[in-house]
Design a protein around this ligand. Structure first.
Ligand code: ZN
Length: 144
């Protein structure tokens, strides 16, 4: 395990509207406001969800899409640095009209209906994502 300590920074409340790209809009906001380290929560609804699943044996992502309106019952994520830019990593659970759920890593292409997001900035040295051979993931490097 590696760990870093942060102090609380400003909190941003975002409202995303119909047609916005969930990951794209939050990422763009983070870049504009130079948010390099943060925790993120979100809820609301989407018109469709583009998700990914990381196959631990193949060390590769499998992308899939739920192409219908869904509630975002719970979304959580963080912002750190990848390739010198703020990068959103978020997972969420979505539900349909029968309460059946789908979940996964939220990808670009998730189309918003209405989203309320909270970004809690973290004041400290931002984690930088680097490839880890063992897992095949871009993981936080915090030993700087
Ligand atoms: Zn993920």
């Amino acid at each position: 395990m590696t760990a870093s300590r942060f102090d609380p920074g400003p909190i941003h409340l975002l409202r995303l509207g119909p047609g916005e790209d969930l990951v794209g809009s939050i990422t763009a906001y983070a870049k504009i406001h130079d948010i390099r380290s943060a925790s993120v929560t979100l809820l609301g609804a989407v018109r469709s969800a583009s998700l990914r699943y990381f196959d631990q044996h193949r060390k590769d992502y499998r992308d899939f899409r739920i192409a219908r309106p869904l509630e975002v019952t719970s979304g959580i994520g963080n912002i750190s640095i990848l390739d010198d830019e703020p990068f959103l990593h978020a997972h969420a659970t979505f539900s349909d009209e029968d309460g059946q759920t789908f979940s996964g890593h939220i990808n670009f292409g998730t189309e918003v209906f209405h989203i309320e997001a909270t970004i809690q900035e973290l004041d400290g040295v931002a984690p930088v994502r680097e490839m880890e051979e063992l897992t095949g993931l871009m993981v936080w490097s915090m030993d700087r």
